[in-house]
Ligand binder design. Structure first.
Ligand code: AMP
Ligand code: MG
Length: 464
């Protein structure tokens, strides 16, 4: 059962998430809803539960973890199909270990905004319905106030949910979990010779695709432990995530991750590693190691193919040539050397005029080695001419895949600081902007700006 919080209040809601479960976001601010969504009152037919799971954290087996502060209220059947509603931060559970079962307002705002921003970027993700808050203090590095995020997903089952029963040597429970997941979420796999092998292959494929999408928008998860990997291939558990700003492939967004295990450049191989951990856990059901290897071998080609498509789209290339890889590599090398802002570069590249290199200033000024950029731009132009690319069509196509607005840390920080002073308007404003990341929104130009100087001191860690 959730533990009530004193005098809960409404903080923010996502109308889009609400629509998925047939709710009107305007109603969520009503005191009845605030009570339900804080866990102060439990809906009549709800049987709350927290799930057990285990996992590998930073590459090391961590044993039992589980929903230490997440409580599932049940399922709502709306226009998007059945969705589980989960309260994150609703108090102690049997799996709270050393934790207090609570979430702070700061990290709840980050999870809420990023879940909805990722969905608007068309990246598979769990959703966030709303945030409620309470002035009850919780201790982190300093005392902060508490909040509850209501998350939604068809399922919150993780790779670590399977690892749990495997390492406990409980083959029946392992099979029951796998059968539930296959029957409920992958029914087409029941026809396969070995549905468990097919499950591993399909989850591996989805994971590879999801991570390729992360790379293409510069999203860094920050804590890709196996307990944070969704069996549905959804981006799950937003903590110390970040969006790439000054491009550095070795960027580490999580201050706690000193080795950089989950750096931008490492995410793809870590995704594969995590699929291996899932494969290991499924071995009692798969039986044959070669079959598991074959399923896992789906990862690399799926990732490469997806990222390749996405990069072509980012550069406005309608066709694919073998030499394009070199064009991409050279660009990323130049971007890294000059710490070019990832989001702003690709958005600005869409404005390039094929026959007017003299108009490249906004682009070339982002680079230190301007001649090197000019040389790259010449190759790029040549490549565009090969496919008779038209400026205005290309710009439209590029604007549809290169977001103008992403959840930069400093934008979230501004919303957090205002909210900590009880002004929640910036959360709603930022949400509205991030719901249309590909639109020009000239009135919100400032939200597409480079981070201010003070933002370079921002650190995000696992503390949430
Ligand atoms: P994370 O790395 O944030 O995904 O969390 C790892 C594990 O720690 C999960 O099992 C969480 O449920 C648990 N956890 C994190 N914060 C708390 C908290 N404040 N109280 C209880 N459990 C927590
Ligand atoms: Mg987690």
């Amino acid at each position: 059962m959730p533990t009530p919080l004193p005098a809960p209040y409404f903080v923010a809601a996502s109308a889009r998430a609400a629509a998925l479960v047939g709710l009107d976001a305007a109603h969520l601010a009503n005191s009845d809803f605030v009570d339900f969504l804080t866990g102060n009152r439990v809906p009549a037919r709800s049987q709350p539960l927290s799930a057990v799971y285990s996992g590998h954290q930073f590459g090391v087996w961590a044993g039992q973890l589980g929903d230490g502060r997440a409580i599932l209220l049940g399922e709502l059947n709306g226009p998007a199909g059945p969705m589980e509603l989960q309260l994150k931060g609703a108090g102690l559970t049997p799996y709270s270990r050393m934790g207090d079962g609570r979430a702070v307002l700061r990290s709840s705002i980050r999870e809420f905004l990023c879940s909805e921003a990722m969905a608007a970027l068309r990246i598979p993700t769990t959703r966030a319905l709303c945030i409620t808050g309470s002035d009850k203090g919780v201790m982190r590095e300093t005392v902060e106030t508490s909040a509850v995020v209501t998350r939604m997903a068809p399922s919150f089952v993780r790779f670590g949910s399977f690892e749990h029963w495997y390492y406990r040597d409980k083959p029946e429970e392992l099979k029951a979990l796998a059968d539930y997941v296959i029957y409920t979420f992958y029914p087409e796999l029941t026809a396969e010779p070995n549905p468990y092998t097919a499950l591993l292959a399909e989850v591996t494929r989805r994971t590879a695709r999801m991570i390729a999408q992360w790379q293409a928008v510069g999203f860094m998860h920050g804590v890709m432990n196996t307990d944070n990997m969704s069996i549905l291939g959804l981006t799950l558990d937003y903590g110390p995530f970040g969006f790439m700003e000054a491009f550095d492939p070795n960027h580490i967004c999580n201050h706690t991750d000193q080795q950089g295990r989950y750096s931008y450049a490492n995410q793809p191989q870590i995704g594969h590693w995590n699929c291996y951990a899932l494969g290991q856990a499924l071995m009692p059901l798969i039986g044959d190691a070669d079959d598991a290897q074959e399923a896992l071998a789906v990862y690399q080609p799926e990732f490469a193919r997806t990222l390749d498509h996405l990069l072509h789209a980012k550069l406005g290339l309608a066709t694919e040539h073998e030499q394009d890889r070199a064009l991409f590599d050279e660009l990323f090398k130049l971007m890294a050397a000059a710490h070019v802002d990832f989001t702003r570069f690709f958005r600005t590249l869409g404005k390039l005029k094929l026959d007017d290199p003299a108009a490249d200033a906004p682009l070339r000024d982002m680079f230190i080695e301007r001649e090197a950029f000019d040389a790259w731009a010449a190759r790029y132009r040549e490549r565009l001419r090969q496919e008779a690319s038209a400026d205005s069509e290309r710009k439209t196509a590029m604007d549809a895949v290169n977001p103008k607005f992403v959840l930069r840390n400093y934008l979230a920080q501004v919303a957090i600081e205002k909210a900590q002073n009880k002004d929640y308007s910036e959360i709603a404003k930022l949400l509205a902007i991030l719901e249309h990341p590909f639109d020009e929104q000239p009135e919100h130009e400032a939200y597409a700006a480079l981070p201010p100087d003070w933002a370079s001191h921002l650190e995000v860690s696992c503390s949430s």
